[in-house]
Design a protein around this ligand. Structure first.
Ligand code: GLA
Length: 752
């Protein structure tokens, strides 16, 4: 059992071969943190770790013990009001208005596998894959129970956490805040890493030294947002991709959240993650329970690549569900950047035919197929076919596309409603807004009140009908605007502060019901690109549209940053037109493909207008992608060179799970004249093996490839470059801006 209990010392040790997480029950009967980091051997008592200190101004709960102060001990799930002045994990208000609590240890259970959360995304963990500690605490005065869940995975350096409050009293309680996890460190010599951005430039890496006070990211938009991903990291200041201690913290939640690090006056660091306490309250009626969303934390002493590798495995094995979990994902064509709203059946069939001819497997009809939708001002909510554009109907179009041998999918934006729509005429009250106040527009549309069960039920039936009528294999589920004027028309005044949480619970319910009813449909989540690209969404939708920015040079940063948490099998990534529609930048088809292939490949440009040579190139690319698809989609991913440190230049690679093959790419964004010679060190290969560079007769030891590296292309220096050690399998332009090289490696039998 990887969770041990030292009975006498009342200590819990969660461990596997990689990590240890240790806490005790302190003399006030509350859980007190002791250690989180690299695995250490179990001993009968860790009490020596419990170094108490207090200062002259510290409040103390016991008058005969001036050393034990809640303002300085390390907590597991801290409260406010009894001496700790850092940000609490929760706050509960009693019927008399008081907000002081004292949740004390009552008992615990340890079991194989893991708890499931109701109506919320959660990691799965079968018997044999991990162990869970259920720590039961109670506040006798409030008659409230608090259960803290900790699940440690057998083969990953990951712990999942959540909390559940149950009101056992005869009076109503109010939860003012309830985080998913809190962890205290007694040091602050860390960098704080977050994934920040905006629409079209999501998840850029920000790394700053921790400083005193609170540094946080969060969202109050109603979705996790493109501004900040719901996650944060701590990394010892010398940590890089290959070495050093680092911690990840992330939420399986897609609504308003907070994720913060708070450095106190004595250089301790508190990490907290959970529902954003701003715009949140939950009335906990008698006998009722409230579960927080789940958070996960991971640790590595081997740098950020290893940390990400654990997170990727967690997503692939323990978050993604259903038939698409391990199944290679189809190469898709999406008509959005090819036609926008301007299409008819003939155009779509021409696109589909061309897509099929280059080897594409799934045709996705994006926005504009429903209601009277010809631009973004109308029809959201009217989920039936636009017969002006598609007079034969959806079923007929689907049948024609399927008869070409393609799968068929649709874009849909269930949570939205247009002012000009039949749905608005019949259900004006379903659009979020405060009565007698005007509603703000966002992308010319309003948001439906997903906290209202009637709305969720209606949408389930409406979308189920679309799936059946169109015989759909795939759905791109979009969410194009943030919430304003938050108010639930069906909620009581005293429940209004729970609106945002109820909104996302309603969205999760709709996802759950649709994916249960249509288990073969592949869902791709989207929120104006990557505005709700989080672990919560991945529980329902195995893949996400990474960003509306399809410019390959921009995508290097977006995909590199995303890879800190998310595996390539979650990242929709398309080749689009040149000049690019978001940046106007011109790049070669090779450069575009070389970037998009490190993700779930798709095409999103008018392929009926391309020259024959470009079509041939796409055919070649799609064939190449399919050959290496299992390695690209499900291999182990390594970041080799960061676009954030190298003026955009990037390198990365994926290695097959059995290490028999690898695909590596090096990208140069801006050419420099007369540059120095550069080598690229590879990673993740089988140390004792040799690898053949596909397309050449060269064979290298893995040790050489990882220690000396491969010599990169010689660039313009005024003389014709010698052949020397240059190796390339597929190249874009030979030199200049936006060049890229791919290297395919095949493991050879070990040499004598
Ligand atoms: C959002 C999506 C795009 C596209 C449009 C359609 O912006 O991110 O990919 O589907 O909506 O309106």
């Amino acid at each position: 059992m990887p969770i041990l209990f030292n009975k006498a010392a009342r200590e819990f040790h969660l461990y596997n071969g990689r990590i240890s997480y240790i806490f005790c029950i302190a003399k006030n009967n509350q859980p007190q943190h002791l250690y989180y980091g690299k695995a250490i051997p179990h001993v009968e008592s860790f009490s020596h770790m419990n170094i108490l200190r207090s200062t002259v101004l510290s409040p103390v709960p016991f008058s005969d013990d001036m050393d034990f102060s809640l303002s300085t001990v390390l907590h597991e799930y801290p409260s406010y009001g009894t001496g700790d002045y850092r940000t609490p994990a929760f706050q509960i208000q009693a019927a008399d208005g008081s907000r002081v609590s004292d949740f004390q240890y009552k008992s615990h259970k340890v079991f194989e596998g893991k708890n499931k959360l109701t109506g919320l995304p959660h990691t799965s963990c079968d018997v044999g894959q991990g162990t869970t500690l259920e720590l039961i605490l109670a506040d006798e005065e409030l008659s409230c129970e608090l259960v803290l869940y900790y699940s440690i995975f057998e083969d990953l350096s990951v712990i999942a956490r959540s909390a559940r409050f149950t009101n056992k009293s005869s009076q109503d309680l109010k939860i003012l805040s309830a985080l998913s996890m809190s962890t205290d460190f007694d040091e602050s010599d860390f960098d704080f890493i977050t994934l920040d951005g905006a629409w079209c430039r999501e998840r850029h890496i920000t790394r700053t030294r921790l400083r005193k006070g609170i540094q946080s990211v969060g969202s109050s938009r109603g979705a996790s947002s493109p501004d900040h991903n719901p996650a944060c990291f701590l990394a010892a200041t010398n940590t890089d991709e290959y070495s050093g201690d680092c911690y990840a913290f992330s939420l399986l939640y897609s609504g308003n959240y907070t994720a913060f690090a708070e450095v106190d006056s004595y250089d301790g660091t508190r990490i907290g993650l959970g529902i954003n306490p701003f715009e949140f309250q939950w009335n906990l009626g008698k006998g009722k329970s409230f579960e927080t969303p789940e958070a996960i934390t991971a640790f590595s002493d081997r740098g950020l690549n290893d940390l990400s590798s654990n997170l990727h495995d967690l997503v692939r094995k323990h978050i993604i569900r259903g038939i698409w979990k391990e199944r290679v994902r189809p190469v898709l064509f999406n008509n959005w950047e090819a036609t926008y709203f301007d299409f008819d059946e003939e155009k779509l069939l021409m696109l589909a035919w061309q897509a099929r001819s280059v080897g594409i497997e799934l045709f996705v009809l994006d926005d504009g197929w429903f209601g009277r939708r010809n631009d973004d001002t109308t029809s959201l909510g009217d989920w039936y076919c636009n017969l002006d554009k598609l007079p034969q109907g959806l079923g007929e179009l689907s049948a024609k596309i399927k008869s070409m041998g393609l799968l068929f999918g649709l874009w849909i934006e269930p949570e939205m409603i247009s002012q000009e729509s039949k749905l608005m005429n019949s259900h004006n009250d379903w659009a979020i807004g405060v009565p007698n106040r005007s509603r703000s527009f966002g992308r010319s549309q309003y948001v439906l009140d997903m906290s209202n069960q009637e709305v969720v039920d209606y949408l389930f039936h409406a979308i189920a009908k679309v799936i059946e009528d169109g015989d759909l294999d795939y759905i791109k589920w979009d969410m194009n605007r943030s919430i304003t004027e938050a108010f639930g028309a069906a909620l009581k005044p005293e429940d209004q502060m729970s609106f945002f949480h109820r909104y996302i619970l309603g969205t999760y319910e709709l996802y759950e019901r649709l994916s249960a009813a249509f288990p073969n449909v592949l869902f791709e989540s989207c929120a104006a690109g990557g505005g709700r690209f989080d672990l919560g969404m991945m529980y329902y939708a195995p893949q996400g549209w990474t960003s509306d920015d399809t410019d390959p040079a921009e995508r290097l940063k977006i995909q590199y940053g995303s890879s800190l948490i998310y595996p390539l099998s979650c990242m929709g990534s398309h080749v689009s037109a040149s000049p690019n529609h978001q940046t106007g930048r011109e790049t070669s088809m090779d450069f575009r493909f070389h970037t998009a292939m490190f993700g779930l490949l798709g095409y999103e440009l008018d392929i009926t207008k391309l020259a024959g040579a470009e079509i041939e190139k796409i055919k070649e690319h799609v064939g190449l992608y399919k050959t290496y698809r299992p390695v690209l989609q499900f291999g182990d991913f390594y970041r080799l060179k960061s676009p954030f440190d190298n003026e955009g230049d990037t390198a990365w690679m994926t290695v097959a799970r059995d290490k028999s093959a690898a695909v590596c790419a090096n990208y140069k964004v801006l050419a420099k004249p007369n540059p120095s010679l550069k080598r690229l060190k590879l990673a993740g290969l089988n140390e004792d093996s040799f690898y053949r560079l596909v397309g050449t007769d060269r064979i290298y030891s893995a040790k050489e490839l990882m220690s000396r590296g491969i010599a990169l292309e010689i660039e313009f220096s005024g003389v014709v470059p010698p052949e020397s050690e240059q190796i390339k399998c597929t190249a874009g332009k030979d030199y200049g801006d936006f060049t890229s090289y791919l290297y395919f490696l095949q493991e050879e039998k070990v040499r004598e």
